[in-house]
Design a protein around this ligand. Structure first.
Ligand SMILES: *Cc1c(COP(=O)(O)O)cnc(C)c1O
Length: 400
């Protein structure tokens, strides 16, 4: 089979698409002096909150800083414990470790790879402060059970929605499923804001006010938390003391820029369309890979809407190649760069130093040797998907 022209898109394996609308929006910001956190950020936040069906959204520099901000708002500090999943990008855990918390890893459901609520209660103790589920690969966790358990034990739930903008659970969108939710607009995610970016959402006014304060060094200007920069500021309620700035605590600078937000507004308008493209491409892969011996296709929870950040297959023992062999052959012989989401967090060097080890999460550890992520981003054509599927079928038949 001949290499299609779009092979590049199978090697740069994730992300969204920018078009004329983003170009136009960016130029407009540039002509308006491209401020830090200005009117475009406010507009983006309002549109994002409305899309998710929640009350407040705060734009930040990344999901990593968004998780840190959520932790600060929840009061996570040294001596607290935070429970999360072992299968995620390390940022999910690192953001809370950096605040001094001790991480506990809850094993996953073997079908979805999401945090398994059945294993959750055994990890909750007197020091537990927060639960951080991750809607892995674009599919929501069992949020009804997780919220029930959290409420029973009076814990804060911060869901990591980095893979899942626009995903749903029981008819409700991510961003409205937990006490606080955090999104990523990094270049590899379902929507992008110029390489980096993130969003924190909540419907709790108190948490929102704390997060807003920490986002800008806990500074108060004109008596209010620093919110949006207005270049033509004409509000001087403090009269001749208008220049006095107060600081309530030690904070951070996690503010998004207007240039990023202007692009985010256009990306949000296209999100449902881009997600639908992912869902369609995933269905096409299902069809073509369904008969391959030794491959398990992604499980879809009927309670949710899966937005396929990636398409993850499991290579079972009947498959002729190991995971590493398969990924290497697919890359070197077919030019398709599959990936493995993720390295198990509890077995990474910094968490081993903290005493984590093999045996803590047996389901995740067993799955690690089997999961392989395939690209289904919206820049891919049907031709590219068919080429990828045919390549996988060929490798599946190779040693038989
Ligand atoms: C990408 C990602 C993050 C971190 O996002 P950044 O915006 O890069 O900081 C956190 N959690 C998950 C699950 C991710 O995929």
């Amino acid at each position: 089979m001949e290499k299609p022209k779009i092979l590049y898109e199978l090697e740069v394996a994730h992300g969204s698409i920018y078009g004329k609308e983003e170009e136009q929006a960016l130029l407009e910001v540039l002509r308006n002096r491209a401020p830090s956190c200005g009117p475009k950020v406010q507009e983006f936040e309002e549109a994002f909150a409305e899309y998710c069906g929640c009350d407040h959204a705060l734009a930040v520099t990344s999901a990593t800083t968004g998780l840190t901000l959520a932790g600060l708002a929840a009061g996570v500090t040294r001596g607290d414990e935070v429970i999360t999943t072992p299968i995620s990008w390390i940022a999910t855990a690192a953001a809370f470790s950096a605040l001094g918390a001790e991480l506990k890893f809850c094993d996953v459901d073997a079908r979805t790879m999401n945090l398994d609520p059945k294993k959750l209660e055994g990890l909750i103790g007197p020091k537990t402060k927060a639960i951080v589920p991750v809607h892995l690969y674009g599919q929501c966790c069992a949020m009804d059970r997780i919220m029930e358990i959290a409420e029973k034990h009076n814990l804060v739930v911060i869901d990591d929605c980095a893979h899942a903008p626009g995903a749903e659970y029981n008819g409700k969108k991510t961003g409205s499923l937990a006490h606080m939710s955090v999104f990523s607009f990094h270049q590899q995610k379902n929507m992008g804001t110029l390489g980096e970016g993130g969003m924190l959402t909540t419907s709790n006014r108190e948490l929102r006010d704390k997060a807003l304060s920490y986002r800008s060094l806990c500074a108060r200007i004109y008596g209010e938390s620093y919110k949006y920069l207005s270049i033509d500021e004409d509000k001087y309620p403090m009269g001749k003391d208008y220049w006095r700035v107060q600081f309530d605590a030690i904070g951070y600078n996690f503010r998004m820029t207007d240039a990023q937000a202007a692009v985010g507004i256009e990306q949000l308008k296209k999100l449902d369309r881009h997600n639908q493209r992912r869902i369609d491409l995933a269905a096409r892969l299902d069809e073509k890979l369904g008969a391959v011996k030794g491959i398990t296709l992604p499980y879809i929870d009927p309670k949710g809407k899966h937005v396929f950040h990636v398409y993850v297959i499991l290579l079972q023992d009947g498959f002729p190649l190991t995971k590493s062999e398969f990924m290497w052959e697919l890359y070197t012989k077919k030019g398709i760069k599959a990936w493995s989401h993720y390295m198990l967090i509890h077995l990474t060097a910094p968490y081993r130093v903290e005493g984590h080890k093999e045996g803590e999460c047996p389901v995740a550890e067993q799955a690690f040797d089997h999961y392989v992520s395939l690209p289904v981003h919206p820049r891919l054509t049907e031709e590219a998907i068919d080429y990828m599927a045919a390549s996988i079928v060929e490798l599946g038949n190779s040693a038989q």
